[in-house]
Each structure stands twice: as structure tokens, then as C-alpha cells.
Ligand binder design. Structure first.
Ligand code: AHM
Ligand code: MG
Length: 337
């Protein structure tokens, strides 16, 4: 029988062999995983659990909150606030940062999350997920403020997501490759199902919301037109398209079989850099994708190099198979010249 390795065992072995997962970080990752298990239970209940539909409120970005957005946010906060591994948290669903209450010990880490990404898919029973990013509190900072969170993605200590689909899968990086863990519902534990995940450098599959085509910038239009031209066009091959409208599910496909994902800046709201959020969507996904040998840019610069100026800052995103991301980025840089 093949040896089954649980998330706990994997993290302890990584810590022993490479010594690069400090105890507090291991605890943090395990707590996030436990919260994801609880979120998975609520997601699975669907209509039977009174968890579908809107909550009648809006988040800081003016988006309608679903009941499950709020449930997932509360689960993550409750699970993480008391363990002593965190100093503060930030979430897509909360305007300001959440300080660990005084009654609990304070830790060294900062946790950011999108508690339930792909909210538009909740009620229609399509994959959704939780995305998270972990930073270290800056050295010598007394008291925590929003500024302490504004570190570039390259400073992340860990990042990952949990996709609630036909299987519940947790995908993780601590800066030493990417590992995937599938939830064994009978045992209630995440089991290692893939190590050393690698994204193929080339692909014949792209993911973009085509309904925005008329608003796209010229380099995006050029890239997609060339893909659509297929074997007769300049790329000399036929492309396939997928768009799940859940970034977690689209990124999961790309980590599994390659592809390029784009949510670029467009002319609908020219003052917005993009739709997706830098700190708890683009940065953790960029970290995972790079760790799997792919690339991630804002169509011009590497996402992990961007210096954030706001917690809820938005960004243009191009990520996935290296050669395609480089091509899209090159088209934008050529336009700039
Ligand atoms: P959300 O965090 O409010 O769910 O929004 C993010 C989601 C991504 O998961 C997905 O890639 C994108 O929004 C889909 O947007 P659209 O509906 O414009 O295609
Ligand atoms: Mg989101």
C-alpha cells in the first residue's frame, strides 16, 4: 500500500528535512487548513444549510456579499485569532485590518485572505475557493497598522488556496515548490496527492472573459486574435478556451495542465488597474505559479515585485505557462515603446 502523508506529517517532515518552516508558520498553515475544512462543510450543505443567497450587505469594494462570503470570513477569523501565531489579519470582506484581540497572545505573522473567491458561482454549484497569503510582521514594528501589510508579494512566507469543487483540494507553497493535498472526507484530513507541481512552459489553452473583448487594450486583443486564428494564424496551432469565473478553479486547472489566465486592465473603468485584488488574490496566486515554474505579471512587470500602496489595491493579472505570459507581456511592452 502506498504511504499516505497527511498535511501535518508533510509539514513536520519539511521542517525536519529543510528546517525552513518555523513552528509558528506550521501552526498557521494547519489552522488555515482546518478553517478550509469547515468552509467546505458549509459549501457542501448548499440549499440544505441555509447558506445560499445574498447577505443583504456590501463589502468595501461595493460588491454584494453572499451569505457564504460572510460565513467563510468568520470561520477564518475565529480559527486564527487565538492560536498565538498571528499579529493581524486582512480580508476582502473587511475594510480595515483585524488585530488579534488583546486577550490572545500575539504572533509574528500577518494573514490575508479572500475567504470565498468566485462568489458569483456559489449559488450555481460551480467550484469556488479560499485564497490566502502569509507575510511576516516587519522587524521592530510596534503595534500593527495597515502599512505593515503593504509588502511586495516576494516577501510572502507562504501562500495557497483551497478549491471547493468535485474534490476539496488545498494547494500550498512555502517557497520550496508547490504541493497539493486532497481532503479525505472519511478521515477528515488533507492527504498529499501531488508534490513538485510543474506548469508546462507552453500551452494551447487560454482563460479570459471574452465578453469584455470590446473594452480590451490593443495588446490583449492582438494576443487573443492570434490564438483565435488557430492553425492558419501566426501561432500555427489551434487554441482552446476555458473561463470558470472562479480564479481558484482557473488557476487550479493551469497548475494541473498548463494554460494562461488573464484578467487585464480594460476601458470599462480606466482608473481601475484591474478587477482582481493584489494582496490576497494576485500575490498568492503569482507566488504559487512561479513556484511551479510559471510566470505572473501585471502585463508589464512581475506581480511579486509590485510595491502595494493600499490593502484593497487592484491589479491587472496575466499568469500561467511561462512562454505565453512572456508573450502577452512583450506585446504590452512593445506598445509602450
Ligand atoms: P470575487 O472575489 O468577488 O469572487 O471576484 C473575483 C472573481 C475571480 O475569481 C474571477 O476570475 C473573476 O472574479 C471573474 O470575473 P467576471 O465575472 O468578470 O468574469
Ligand atoms: Mg476574490
Amino acid at each position: 500500500m502506498t504511504r499516505r502523508i497527511s498535511l501535518t506529517q508533510y509539514l513536520i517532515e519539511q521542517q525536519r528535512q529543510h528546517g525552513h518552516i518555523p513552528q509558528e508558520l506550521r501552526l498557521l498553515i494547519e489552522v488555515v487548513a482546518r478553517a478550509c475544512k469547515r468552509i467546505a462543510i458549509s459549501v457542501n450543505k448548499g440549499a440544505l444549510g441555509d447558506v445560499l443567497g445574498t447577505a443583504g450587505s456590501e463589502n468595501v469594494q461595493g460588491e454584494v456579499q453572499k451569505k457564504l462570503d460572510i460565513i467563510a470570513n468568520e470561520v477564518l477569523i475565529e480559527a486564527n485569532e487565538w492560536g498565538g501565531h498571528l499579529a493581524a489579519m486582512a480580508s476582502e470582506e473587511m475594510e480595515g485590518i483585524y488585530l488579534v484581540p488583546n486577550r490572545f497572545p500575539q504572533g509574528e505573522y500577518l494573514l490575508m485572505f479572500d475567504p470565498l473567491d468566485g462568489s458569483s458561482n456559489i449559488d450555481v454549484n460551480v467550484s469556488i475557493g479560499t485564497i490566502f497569503s502569509v507575510l511576516k510582521k516587519p522587524e521592530g514594528s510596534k503595534g500593527i497598522s495597515e502599512d505593515d501589510f503593504l509588502q511586495p508579494g516576494s516577501a510572502q512566507a507562504a501562500a495557497g488556496y483551497c478549491v471547493y469543487g468535485p474534490q476539496t483540494t488545498l494547494v500550498l507553497t512555502v517557497g520550496d515548490g508547490v504541493a497539493m493535498f486532497t481532503l479525505d472526507r472519511e478521515q477528515g484530513s488533507f492527504v498529499l496527492t501531488q508534490e513538485d507541481v510543474k506548469i508546462p512552459e507552453d500551452t494551447k489553452e487560454f482563460a479570459i472573459n471574452m465578453s469584455n473583448m470590446r473594452h480590451w487594450d490593443a495588446p490583449v486583443k492582438r494576443y487573443i486574435d492570434e490564438c483565435l486564428a488557430g492553425v492558419e494564424g501566426p501561432r500555427g496551432k489551434n487554441f482552446n478556451m476555458r473561463w470558470i469565473a472562479s480564479m481558484v478553479a482557473d488557476v487550479h486547472r493551469i497548475l494541473t495542465r498548463g494554460g494562461v489566465f488573464m484578467y487585464p486592465w480594460d476601458k470599462r473603468e480606466p482608473n481601475k488597474a484591474g478587477k482582481l485584488r493584489l494582496m490576497y488574490e494576485a500575490n498568492p496566486m503569482a507566488f504559487l505559479v512561479e513556484q511551479a515554474g510559471g510566470a505572473a505579471t501585471n502585463a508589464r512587470e512581475r506581480i511579486l515585485d509590485l510595491k502595494p500602496s493600499q490593502l484593497h489595491e487592484r491589479v491587472s493579472v496575466v499568469l500561467g505557462s511561462k512562454n505565453e505570459v512572456e508573450r502577452v507581456t512583450r506585446y504590452h511592452l512593445e506598445q509602450g515603446r
